[in-house]
Ligand binder design. Sequence first.
Ligand SMILES: Nc1ncnc2c1ncn2[C@@H]1O[C@H](COP(=O)(O)OP(=O)(O)OP(=O)(O)O)[C@@H](O)[C@H]1O
Ligand SMILES: [Mg+2]
Length: 409
Amino acid sequence: MANKQSGHPEALGPITSGIPKNVRGKRGTKHDVLVKPGVTETAAEPKAEFSFNLKPNEIAKHLNRFVIGQTEAKKVLSVALCDHFQHVRMTLEGNVAQFYQKQNVLLLGPTGVGKTHLIRSAAELIGVPFVKADATKFSETGYVGGDVDDLVRDLLRRAGGDVKKAEHGIIYLDEVDKLATRGESGGRDVSGRGVQTNLLKLMEDGDVPVVSPNDMTGQLQNAMQAMRGGGVPQAETINTRHILFIVSGAFSGMDQLIRHRLIQTEKPTKVQRMSVDDLYTQAATADLVQYGLEPEFIGRLPVRVACHGLDSDDLFDVLRKSESSLIHQYERAFAAYGIEVEFKDEGLRRLAAKASEENTGARGLMTVCEQVFRDLKFKLPTSKVKRFAVTAKLVDDPVGELKRLLKGA
Ligand SMILES: Nc1ncnc2c1ncn2[C@@H]1O[C@H](COP(=O)(O)OP(=O)(O)OP(=O)(O)O)[C@@H](O)[C@H]1O
Ligand SMILES: [Mg+2]
């Protein structure tokens, strides 16, 4: 994914389509926000304030439209999101709970099985500002790479400068397994530990200055603005008490640690029979700590759930049933040249089978489709072919089928 390479946080504002009537906006506050140093963007008003009325089952239903499988993750995530946002709503209505433990979530699971897809789809539904970034882009000092506080400032940007809105957004941090510093993981360096420490206060209850201390232009602008107004520079902050943190990672190799731990207490034959997916569902604090994460960090992630790998049948469903299926993208691309594509089930099965050999989850579908459709995409737009079917034969021999199609036309 592009954001993986660039290391920039990927952010997403609320969408409007498909959002049930029980999620609605009210008036909020307005705030100026620095988009780039020297560029000020003023949020349009009135801004939406927060109103949340979804039930866990409604969130899970919405997720079912886009994400195949991952039933347990959908359930756990829906409950955590409802708990969190019902709490936020009640707090904003003045009904403040005396004790509340934030339901930050840890998602485990291999690459390309829908972790990001789940979180993104849920954030779209709830209509809260959402920021995604890879944990690897941060450094302890914030000078090289970035500062974890930037995540919160990015959330403010996604909220159009509305501090109140940003204060109940979702921050999604991927690749947290790369922050592991010791143990069996062969973690990178001590910096990962520092990043975890910096995240601790954000995950619980911290205040982040709207303008980064490292942002000289922003600091200067702030001071000048204050001088013009005849006052002292304002230190405006964003509070993180109601920001939900969701973190994820593949934690590859942790299955061995889990198996090793289970063998001490359970029947060895039973443990030996457990699949990698089964083992990840048993992940406990001890395993994560042994993997190299700090107990304080893990302790702030009470909700944990494992995503399973996608087999060939799942990948078929991803193509056939998911509303975000790649086949719609191909249909559109060919339709742009007036070409109609018919995806036969046998063709989809063959694509899924090939993709599962890639071992990159649903990402394998992209790789396989790109190879299969490469020549067709190049040649068909300038040919007389106006329609074709994606059969198993075409998937196995796209070049041969292309020749046949061109001859037929
Ligand atoms: N279970 C699924 N159902 C439908 N589509 C999926 C599923 N899993 C993955 N996809 C598709 O594959 C793409 C990549 O998946 P996603 O980004 O969610 O992977 P991930 O689990 O976050 O992997 P990584 O650990 O590498 O970040 C998604 O954009 C989506 O189109
Ligand atoms: Mg991801």
